[in-house]
Design a protein around this ligand. Structure first.
Ligand code: KG4
Ligand code: ZN
Length: 346
């Protein structure tokens, strides 16, 4: 089954074709992402109305481009999967309207995909993917969650952030230190040159039991350290390093706890912050030490993309799940409410 995937939940337009007959990494026939970063940069954050309008401009050309790269015509598509939430409602509506209408015109099934399930399943798009049960760490700009995955589609929330998401903390901290939007990857790049240990920040909520996170206090600590410093270039990179180490340590401690609680040694990591090199190295080492492994998507599939939506949709469509004719946008959507893979959606 060849599934067209469409992602428009925030500031990236993503399109992909996933072929279940090929499976694994080979199943990804083509994918393309158009990032709106330059459009939003001058505002220091995503402007929802501009995002929606840009998705309108870019989505159809990107679908044509992706199909051409896959060597397919539109009539070869057997199903359409689009992100229905969570996300910005106007942005979601663009992908939902195009995706559902295209499926209607082609007389093929359509499915509304949960953006975070897309992220969560992205590591399984790589070769030698693990089978559930495992623990998933979802670290994006909007979410920081630990999830127990008993089977694909059966997700149990083990812990989550009480305030800022990890990516949001990266972005806000970067902004405070004068880095351009989106600051997360820029801050990570600076941290590579920073001296470890010159700035030591808290590892929030690691001194008490539990699997929840809190990153807003850490951001304030960094602000105070930066404000009271000489604000030299060296100080900037050293603070970036201290901040990154604090986030990576905190995430690693909680992942270890979650694996202990779940009685499992396989961790999958997804979402934009999953592209962070130090986080990848640290979690890999932690899992190997306990005889397990940590699995990540390739960095390009950590941040928002159409491949993860095509893949998540393809698994569900291939299992017989289908949506009605309605165009669906669900800005707030609890992942625990998703049906299991074996259960047909009504
Ligand atoms: O998953 P994603 O593309 O969008 C959401 O669904 O939120 O994640 C974007 C987030 C941003 O906060 C960005 O700063 C962060 O991921 N990010 C990183 C890195 N690359 C992206 N944070 C730290 N290190 C990175 N290398
Ligand atoms: Zn995302």
């Amino acid at each position: 089954m060849k599934v067209l995937g469409i992602e428009t939940s925030c500031d990236e337009t993503g399109v992909a074709v996933y072929d279940t007959a090929l499976g694994g990494a080979a199943g990804l026939r083509a994918h393309a992402v158009y990032s709106q970063i330059a459009l939003h940069a001058e505002y220091g954050g995503v402007v929802p109305e501009l995002a929606s309008r840009d998705h309108v401009r870019k989505l159809l050309p990107l679908i044509r481009q992706t199909l051409a790269e896959a060597g397919l015509g539109v009539a070869d598509i057997d199903g359409v999967a689009y992100t229905a939430g969570p996300g910005l409602v106007g942005a979601l509506l663009v992908g939902a309207a195009v995706g559902r209408s295209l499926a209607w015109a082609l007389a093929v099934p359509a499915l509304a995909v949960h953006h975070m399930e897309g992220h969560l399943l992205a590591p399984l798009l790589e070769d030698a993917a693990p089978e559930p049960p495992f623990v998933a760490l979802l670290v994006s700009g909007g979410h920081t969650q630990l999830i127990g995955v008993e089977a694909i589609g059966r997700y149990r929330l083990l812990g989550e952030t009480l305030d800022d998401a990890a990516g949001e903390a990266f972005d806000k901290t970067a902004k405070m230190m004068g880095l351009p939007y989106p600051g997360g990857p820029q801050l990570a790049r600076l941290a590579e040159q920073g001296a470890p240990g010159r700035f030591k920040f808290a590892r929030p909520m690691t001194d008490r039991p539990g699997l929840d996170f809190s990153f807003s206090g850490l951001k304030t600590q960094v602000l105070l350290a930066w404000r009271d410093s000489d604000q030299s270039e060296q100080t900037r990179v050293d603070i970036a390093r201290g901040f990154e180490d604090a986030v990576v340590d905190t995430l690693a401690i909680k992942c270890q706890r979650a694996l202990d609680a779940a009685g499992c040694d396989v961790l999958i990591v997804a979402g934009g912050v999953g592209a962070n090199k130090r986080l990848r190295a640290r979690l890999t080492q932690m899992c190997e030490q306990r005889g397990g492994r940590a699995c990540f998507p390739r960095p390009a599939l950590c941040t928002d993309n159409g491949a993860m939506i095509a893949f998540a949709g393809a698994l569900r469509l291939a299992a017989g799940q289908r949506d009605g004719a309605a165009i669906r946008a669900t800005p707030r959507w609890d992942m625990a409410l998703l049906p299991g893979l074996g259960i047909r959606d009504s």
